[in-house]
Each structure stands twice: as C-alpha cells, then as structure tokens.
Design a protein around this ligand. Sequence first.
Ligand code: CAA
Length: 240
Amino acid sequence: MSKVAVVTGGTRGIGEAISLALKELGYTIAANYAGNEEKARAFTDRTGIASFRWDVGDHQACLDGCAEVAEKLGPIDVVVNNAGITRDGVLARMSFEDWNDVMRINLGGCFNMAKATFGDMRERGWGRIVNIGSVNGQAGQYGQVNYAAAKSGIHGFTKALAQEGAKYGITVNAIAPGYIDTDMVAAVPAAVLEKIVAKIPVGRLGHAHEIARGVAFLCSEEAAFITGSTLSINGGQHMY
Ligand code: CAA
C-alpha cells in the first residue's frame, strides 16, 4: 500500500511542488489548505490530488483534519509542515496580531500537526516529518521579527522532536529554503528584492521544485539515518 503524506499549504507555491513531487514517487497525498477554495479546487482538478481545508494554527482543526485524512486515505506516514504566512514590518509598526498570527500558524502549526500524527506513527514504528523553515530563521531578516522567530523556532522544534522520534523509526528534519520564486517572495517590494538577490551567490531566486526534491529525499527510506538535521537550499545566500 502506498504511503500517505499530508502536505500543509500543499496546493500552492512550494507546497504544490512538494505535493506533486511526492505523488510522482507513489505517495498518496492529502494537500491541506487554509482558505483559497478556488485555487484548491483548481489544483485538485488539475492534479487529482485530494485537498482538505483546515487552519493549521487551530489545534482542534488539525486533530479533526488529520483524522478525516486517515479515514479517507489511510494512516498518515509523512507530514510536511509547509504552511506559512508573512506579516512583514519593522518592530515599531508590527502589531501584536501580526506577531501572534505568524507564531500561531508558522510555528504553532508544526506543533499541532505533530500532535495529530506522531502517536500513530510511533505505534506503527515508522514516520517522516519534514518542517519547512527558512534562511530568515537562520540569519534573521530586517522587518521580520515574527517570521524569523517562528522559523528559527521550527529549527529548534525539529531537533527536539527528532530525539523523541528516533527510537520509533520516525525522522524529523527541516529544510531551510532561501528566496524562492513564489507569491510570498513576489510580495517583497521590488527594490528590496533586487538587493537580496544581488547577495545570492547563485544569482537567482530558487524554484519550488528545488525545495520539493529535498523534501522527497528526506522522506525516502534511504534517508533513515538523517534526523534532526536542516538542509539549507538557498543558492549560497547563507552558509550555516
Ligand atoms: N537593513 C538595514 N536597513 C534596512 C534594510 C535592511 N535589510 N531594509 C530596509 N532598511 C532601511 C531602509 O533603507 C529605510 O531606511 P531610511 O528610512 O533611512 O531610508 C528604512 O529601513 C525603512 O525601509 P522601508 O522603506 O523598506 O520600510 P517600510 O516600513 O516601508 O518596509 C519592510 C519595511 C516591510 C520590512 C520592507 O523593507 C520589506 O518588505 N522588506 C522585505 C522583508 C523580506 O525580505 N521579507 C521576506 C518575505 S519572503 C519570505 O519570508 C520567504 C522566506 O522564507 C525567505
């Protein structure tokens, strides 16, 4: 039977590329999304991948959503915590809501999804959790105290949970993407983005499929000895 993978934020951007890459490798995919019903429906029509709507920042919604996926597709073997938002702004202009939303969704979402799936993976003695961090969680970024803190938290979360999962055959790893050619990065003011790209040694933005390849590798059987690690895919922007 094929393995079941849940990809949060899995219908757009990097998440879409991850859903497609894992599908190509034979996984049964549940692509989670939060709000954009129209895009999710178009994604499902185009790819044949089932999409499921819930807010990863809502603890109970994750428990319910994962239970629904398990009932419809089978027990969940792989979780890719990809869903994330930005609410950029300098601290002086950042509201508590902007802080809290980013922490609740980007970091809280990883906790909620792990709570919903880890116990079952433990019982079955196999699991893969891949958390999508960010170069900005490693290096910091002007105007992103919320996002950098949440993404940095993901890297700590990954290392701690990896220690808990190891004896049950569960690996927990992170990928730290750099600036990838997605809607999220397109929202950065052009003049700011130009300066950022100028500092990327490879000289361009990354592509979503370049992150998806890394996720696919970390989910594979061959990656069983890799846990608690962070794979940076950033064109050399930050060497860590
Ligand atoms: N370092 C030092 N100073 C900086 C700076 C930097 N990196 N960036 C801007 N400044 C300075 C500006 O030069 C300017 O100074 P002066 O007023 O003296 O001229 C001052 O800060 C204000 O800059 P802005 O006009 O840009 O301020 P703003 O309030 O209009 O906007 C901002 C601030 C929203 C943070 C905007 O700069 C911005 O969007 N920056 C990009 C943040 C970013 O990279 N986000 C990544 C999103 S994609 C993502 O997060 C995916 C991922 O994982 C990589």
